[in-house]
Design a protein around this ligand. Structure first.
Ligand SMILES: [Zn+2]
Length: 378
């Protein structure tokens, strides 16, 4: 019997939103759900208990970073990602494909492997699909992502086709290389901003034996409406009874628009990175904590937020940032992660109630977002 399953609990009556549960050897994840990013084996600045207290059920680790430092064999000797971090829930590791692309350290991609320069010591490193799986098996994550070929957009169609076809072949090599039955493999749909290619890629990958499917290569600078268009075209061509993960996305509005189009799982550095940089996500939109108008503000950042940051006054939070105290970034990271989890929990409830479309409208009103004509929830 498989260690993994996705149970589709309810489909929203007005949108493509799905309410489900993804089960792994380290527990279940309620979907739609958001995974905080722990690039280097830590969600930056916060303890694992603080991460759990935000409501997060699954976190992310990063193959590229952990393979370069401390090295996957060292991670394995230190008990794997679970033993090292003390996180008891599910962990997903990405394959390294996106980091190689985004750090612009790529030297060459050929059929066999990606060759890149380490951002740490400049050494030349080669990564094959097989090696990516071997690393992720050493890290001991619950979900391993296949190594994919990401291209910078815009690109010539022939380049997008080439990268997409290679990504499919590499996905097959990842499946063949896998040896752990307690680790799921998720495929990654590529194809740039071309819906025809996306559908072809989704269809081909769906015929292979993956436990879940990701939409990759998005949130790389394209307009949000383009991302929604691709997500909307891709999801209907993915298996209904397996989880769908939109990689590296995004703002709260992007999460909701993508949930409406059938996405179940998300990850993004935005809540943690913005938190460290004094920007808070709230129901009334983004708040810049350093703003002088908050100097004497006795109310919290958000009245109804249960997080530790919101037990303090907003004036105190501002003071911490102005004084460059490390507690400021820590508290704001906690708040932003709590906020993302709260939005996902509300979304799940709204889907169950068949009120998701109205929920998105209400959220947008609070965030001050005026609809673009092509970004409507269907
Ligand atoms: Zn809060």
């Amino acid at each position: 019997m498989s260690h993994f399953s996705y149970e589709l609990l309810h489909r929203d009556s007005q949108t493509g939103a799905r309410r489900g549960v993804f089960s792994t050897p380290h527990g279940t994840v309620q979907t739609p759900g958001f995974m905080p990013v722990g690039t280097q084996g830590t969600v930056k600045g916060v303890t694992i208990d603080q991460v759990a207290a935000t409501g997060a059920e699954m976190i992310l680790g990063n193959t590229y970073h952990l393979a370069l430092r401390p090295g996957h064999e060292t991670v394995r000797r230190l008990g794997g990602l679970h033993g090292m971090t003390l996180w008891e829930g599910p962990i997903l590791t990405d394959s390294g494909g996106f980091q190689i692309f985004s750090l612009q350290s790529i030297r060459e991609i050929n059929e066999q492997q990606a060759t890149f320069r380490s951002h740490i010591d400049g050494s030349i490193v080669q990564l094959t699909p097989e090696h990516s799986i071997e690393i992720q098996e050493s890290l001991g994550s619950d979900v391993a992502m296949v190594l994919d070929h990401v291209v910078a957009l815009p690109a010539k169609r022939s380049e997008v086709v080439d990268a997409m076809e290679r990504s499919i072949r590499w996905a097959g090599r990842c499946l063949n290389a896998a040896t752990r039955d307690d680790q799921a493999r998720f495929a990654i749909v590529q194809g740039g901003l071309d819906t025809e290619l996306r559908i072809q890629c989704a269809t081909e990958l769906s015929s292979m034996n993956f436990e879940g499917f990701a939409v990759g290569g998005l949130s790389v600078g394209e307009a949000p409406s383009e991302m929604y268009r691709i997500t909307q075209a891709t999801c209907p061509h993915l298996p209904e009874h397996k989880p769908r993960y939109l990689m590296g996305v995004g703002r709260p509005i992007d999460l909701l628009e993508s949930v409406a189009r059938g996405i179940d799982l998300f990850d993004c550095v935005m809540p943690t990175r913005n938190g460290r940089n004094a920007m808070a996500f709230t129901d009334r939109g983004n708040v810049k904590i350093r703003n002088a108008k908050y100097r004497d503000e006795t109310r919290p950042l958000e009245e109804h937020c249960p997080c530790l940051a919101c037990r303090h006054s907003l004036g105190y939070l501002r003071h911490l940032f102005v004084a460059k105290e490390m507690l400021g970034p820590i508290l704001l990271t906690i708040h932003n992660l709590t906020y993302y989890q709260r939005v996902m929990a509300e979304a799940r409830q709204a889907i169950e109630n068949n009120t998701f479309a109205q929920y998105v409208i209400d959220k947008k009103a609070g965030w001050g977002i005026i609809d673009e004509p092509d970004a409507d929830v269907e």
